[in-house]
Design a protein. Structure first.
Length: 124
């Protein structure tokens, strides 16, 4: 797993995760259209992602191919958040989300279903 990706690098990775392998010029155009960034900025970020092991450059045409899945990055970021802010307790993170009161009834039902599924999978 690569070093932690920064916010800007994640924006570049989201383009590739959502659209699949793309030439760098297309990634740069999408990023320019979406965020107004200079093309050189996007190329710099692509090179950082390559150096960190998140992307590989396939020739010809500098095709960008993700080496890590979005879910891997989400899992690592979630674990880092739990460790850093909630003293390693996923329960405290979950309790914090619930206590904020920002969950809709549909969100609560989906979370209950996920908990039920996790409970079934955890039983021997």
């Amino acid at each position: 797993m690569p070093n932690t990706l920064g916010d800007a690098e994640l924006k570049v990775m989201r383009v590739i995760w959502s659209r699949g392998d793309l030439p760098a010029r297309e990634v740069a155009q999408i990023i320019t259209d979406t965020y107004g960034w200079n093309t050189n900025t996007t190329y710099t970020l692509l090179k950082r992602c390559i150096k960190k092991g998140a992307l590989e450059r396939i020739e010809p045409n500098f095709i960008c191919h993700a080496l890590i899945a979005k879910e891997q990055v989400q899992k690592r970021a979630t674990q880092e958040l739990i460790d850093k802010v909630f003293d390693g307790s996923a329960e405290l993170l979950f309790a914090s989300l619930i206590s904020q009161g920002d969950l809709s009834p549909q969100d609560i039902q989906r979370l209950k279903a996920r908990i039920d599924q996790a409970e079934k999978e955890a039983q021997p």
